[in-house]
Structures are given as C-alpha cells and as structure tokens.
Design a binder for this molecule. Sequence first.
Ligand code: OKP
Ligand code: ZN
Length: 345
Amino acid sequence: MLCFLSDAYREHNPQYEYFRGEKVPCFESVERLDNIVAALQARGHECVSPQTDASSVIAKIHDPAYVSFITHAWQEWLALDEKNHELQPFPSVWPTRTLRDDIVPDNFIAKLGLYSMDNGTPLAAGTWCAAKSGADAAVSAANYLLAGHSSVFSASRPPGHHAGRDFMGGYCFLNNAALAAQALLDQGMKKVVVLDIDYHHGNGTQSLFYDRDDVLFISIHGDPKTEYPFYLGHEDETGEGAGQGYNVNFPLPIGTTFTQWLSALEKAIERIQDFQADALVISLGLDTFEGDPISKFTIKSEDYFQVGQQLASLKLPTAFIMEGGYATEALGTNVVNVLEGFEQA
Ligand code: OKP
Ligand code: ZN
C-alpha cells in the first residue's frame, strides 16, 4: 500500500509526561513510527513525501486562534524563562464549568489550559512541524483517493483523533482523520465515513462532525467509564441537529477479546453499508493489541490481518490514518498486518 511519510515526525520528541504524579518517559515516542517505517520497508510498501499543504483544510477544521497558538507555543514558552528549553510546558488551570472560555488570556499557561483537554500532551520544539507534516500526509492521502486509487496509508505521529476544533489533548494537536474527511468532501465527495478503531474514543473527531450528516462517525473503543478520554464516547451519543443518527459509539469493557471486538466491527460495517459513503477514513490505532502498555483489550498480532480483510469487504476507497499504539516493538507488524489484510482481501 502506498504510504505518505515525512521525516518531520522526528522533530516532535518530548522527553517526559506525568502518570499519577510521577515523571515517566513518553509513550507516544519517535521510536513508534521508526518501527512502523521499518516494517513497511521490510514488507515492500513504498513511502513517499506528502505532496499537499494542508493549511487551507486546517483553517476549516480548526480555530485559527488555536492554530496560531500551537504554531508559536514553543517560542512563547522559551521566551518565558531561560531554562525552559529543557522543560516542557504543561497546563495547570482550565476553564471548567462556571468559568469563561470566550476570552483568551495573555498568560501563557492560562492559554495552554484554554486550548488543552488534559495535562498529558507534552509540547516540544518540533511539535508544530511534526503535527503539520502529519496533516499534510493525511490530506495527501485524501487527494490520492480522489485521483482514483483504492487505498492509502498516512504514516504519521503525533496522532490526531483527540484534537478538536480548538483544543489539543491525548497526545494530539491536529485532527488528521477529520482533515482527510474534509478534504474528500471539499473536492466533490458527498458522504464520507470516519471509522475509529483506536482503543481510545475519538472525542475530537466526534465533536467536529457531531451536527453533520455528510460525515458518519463510528468509534469502537474502551468504555469511557473506565478509559481515557472519560468524558465522551458513550452509546447514547448519536449526533445532534442534522447530524442526528450520524454518530455511533461502541464502548467495550476492559478485557474485550478479538471475537467480541469483531462483533462490534460487524455492526459498524452494517451501519456503514446503509450510509452509502463515497469513501472510508480509518483512524488506525493499534493500542487494542494485547501487549499495549496503556490499554486493556486482548487482540493478537495475527488478528490484525482479519481486521484489514473486514474493512476491505466494504469495497470503498479507504485512507488509513495513523493514530495510537504503544507496544512499540510489535507496532510495525500490527500496522502492516492490517494494511496487508486489506490489500489481500
Ligand atoms: C492517545 B491515542 C497513560 C496516560 C494516557 C491518554 C492516552 C492518550 C491516547 N499513563 N494518556 O488515542 O492513542
Ligand atoms: Zn489510543
């Protein structure tokens, strides 16, 4: 499968995050994509540089003030204190219920809180550069489908599905899957599905398309009662206004096996067939893997071929957009198993 890949992912290299008050190495690491690229090359998949500037699509999906903030955040952080080049900015205050979120404060940490859903999304010197290159890859993938090809993979990090119109979070800054879907619609497609199979609910993507009937959003994920992002992803979230009925969530319990996961996928596939889409965007997370360090499903490496096969049964032009997956050693194998299962179906 053709892959869009930019080396700029290496520039997003934060050194630590917080887990229960403790500083720990970042789960969302440079080595993740290194491992995927090695597997793609070893198994004969061609990688090419993104050919499109995603800026105009970014301006439709994201709030310009938010985009401007993340573009300049690292410089603003450095300007605060000489020693900040060795540290990472984390928010410490948020406009939760009763507080105002309609005025952008001057204080950098206050702005960071306004534009963040969590304090688990470290920002580093090359974050914007890497995130923008992932957006360019996703829009390039959309354009590749529009040119008449049947499948494509956007190989990028950081991931995107937790990022909303004006917020980052869950390691995500720009919503690459939403950008791909919007690019497909902007260039003549009428209906697009975003199917999110990352372990974590794609709250950013859901919120971006919640009131729209031109994008069907379906997510299969760990139940938010126990799993991140906790505050969205329940079964009763079905869309609003024109989007009523065009949002479908399949929350699954801790310990979900491949057989149980597949029966949710089969229901998702039925709903997609009913929708009669022009294209399919897959938010491809591999953190459903049994060995994932932050997730609790039990899917095995060999099972991912069948995931790809099932997706191919829809017979739609399909763009795979990389999301999560933190079992670094197995990640490349798991990604390529999905892609090859799809191609060989
Ligand atoms: C991003 B994606 C674990 C912290 C978990 C949030 C998880 C974000 C997952 N110590 N932080 O959906 O894979
Ligand atoms: Zn995830």
